[in-house]
Design a protein around this ligand. Sequence first.
Ligand SMILES: [Zn+2]
Ligand SMILES: [Zn+2]
Length: 707
Amino acid sequence: MFLSYSRSLWRGLTDVFDIYLKILRRVQQMADMELGRLSDNYRMLHSCPPCQYKLEDEPLLEIEMIGSIDGNQSLRRADLRAGAHEDPRQFRSSYLLSEDAVNVFQHDIKPRCKKSKVSAPLPPVSEEPEEAGAADGDTEHTTCADRWQAAAADVVKRMWKIYRESGIFLAACRHGFVWIFCDMIKSGELAKYGLAILNELLQLFGKNLGIGYDIACAFMATVRKSSLAAAAAELRLRLCVPAFHGFAHNRPCQLSNHPLYITGFGIEDLETCEKVFAPSNGCAKLSRHATRFHRHQSLDMHFTQWDEDKYAELATFLFNNYQQAQGLLNDMPTAIAALQSGKALEDTVYHEHLDAERLYLASRKKEPESDVIACEYVALLIKYEAAGKLYHTAMAQTVPCKSDDLQLRLHKVKLDAFEQLEQLCTLVVALEKLHDFQERWTPSDKWKAAVAYMEVREYQKALDKLEGLVVQRLFELTKMGLAGTGYKMRVHINKALKTRCKAIQTALKKFNTAACILNRPPLEWKNISTYGSLAEFSLLRECREDIRSLPWAEATNRQAAIYHLKYERALEERERLNLEVRRLATWVRDEEHDFTCNITRVGLLRPHLAAEMGEIRDRRVHINNEHRKCIARIQALPSFSGISSLGTRIGRTNTDMDIDSLNDEAADGTGGGDEELDDDGLDEDDRVADELVNITYFVENLAIDLH
Ligand SMILES: [Zn+2]
Ligand SMILES: [Zn+2]
């Protein structure tokens, strides 16, 4: 049957669907209440057994829980047109952090002063005072966030104006479970979003949290200047950049903030948020023009399903990581021995090498200002000299014939040359006055030194350009491999890569020309197309002293140091996995035990609810059985070094909930409830009629304000 669109049909269908979802939620709520899962923050504190189901007598890990935070702008929602009314309903979701809770941190950080532009082509975006960005706490610009996360351009800010919610800011654990998210309102990633989310995590999870964030280096400075500073220090919060994004940060930042260089992160890449966002983009179509209520409802449904999927994949996650860690533990010592002509792992001093590199990078001063001024001055003098020559040549020109047209053109050329010379002369004099140069420089030693320094700067500029292009290329390559990247996007990236490769080739040529002038070794295409080469860019930049002969700067030592760190991280990963596997195994047993006890108890009074709970349990048992098989596979691995027996959850007292006594109670009929109705001799029809009355009553009491 074909129905044409009518607003009343649309309205009816939407309302019915809302009611249907509300019934599902209410039933789930009732089951949760009986299972003791309705307390505040229950979901956040219990969703991930490997992270949170801590057992008695476990060794303490340096970083107890690992997660990631990040913002994403695809889940936007258009602002209402002026005069339109917002849906008054508020959807309550355990995933959602309210705008009020976020705004508590609104004034924690002062927005960083943006450089004023001389000519602004567009009027200012808004009269409202700007709020601080996530990296604005780093007022000394000590970190590298600016390098790749440019401040949002006015055009982007204009885009934010169209939307009320411009995206979400989210936190998730390393296994992919979503902890919490908040809406970003008419803005990009402001400091308050990250701070509000971190505040929740610190309050709920306590000490030794390890959190990954793209701009962790700058955000750490923001945290230190915020009202969270004391709590973050006391609870030993550790922020670091995700493994892949880390390659876009500079070398000193990597040495302090990349998970490979930090004790305790194992082989975790901290890119979880990217993985959560990829499929959540599917909700974008629904949320773009939805009401606030419906947007939150669809996000809540999406993340609930996402978490269920992650639960089903848990044991496989642990199995894969176990194998990956074991692979590293097997391979790395051999790889190091091959690089270091047979040296064993213990005979090496890579941590000393890394310390030496840190020390060197910290001691390296910024470009001295006097050099910069000398460069500017000499460049200007060279231009001035060239303009002088041009002027003299122009003045010497004469026109043999008396053509008015030619005379006029020559006059114009002379005038232009004179004006240019005069302009440059004014600039030279102004610069000399400003920096108090007593005499004009001639091509002497000082001049030569400045020219040599200019060549170095050219070289470094060419290197910066090349590095930037390689970083972009690597980002695009990974995106191509990401699940959830659509076909069109892949085609687009492919095209971009082709042009980028040409751009890289051109940049490489320029770099090699600059390197040739300085007598430095040229770079080859094959050497710059790998990840590892990025760390080497900072070494190439060094021109002032020859550090390439120091032990920490030698290529084989550097590679061996990376292998060594990977080995250490793999050891940590295995230690963590041993705990996580046992936690999951214990959780599976306890959860099923609790289900059985509670269902037996509820069955005495409310058999229908018990039946619903039974279905929830059956779904879980089905998944848990898969977990059991997978855990058995992990424990059967020859390299397995954990404890195979189950443990006891810290603080768990109801393990002995007595199923037998509950069963006895049911058999005695002392439980009361529906059984008595049978005794009263109600027949089947009466019971159905009663059920209908109950359902009608239930639906009427849903109290949905539909209009
Ligand atoms: Zn987890
Ligand atoms: Zn950084």
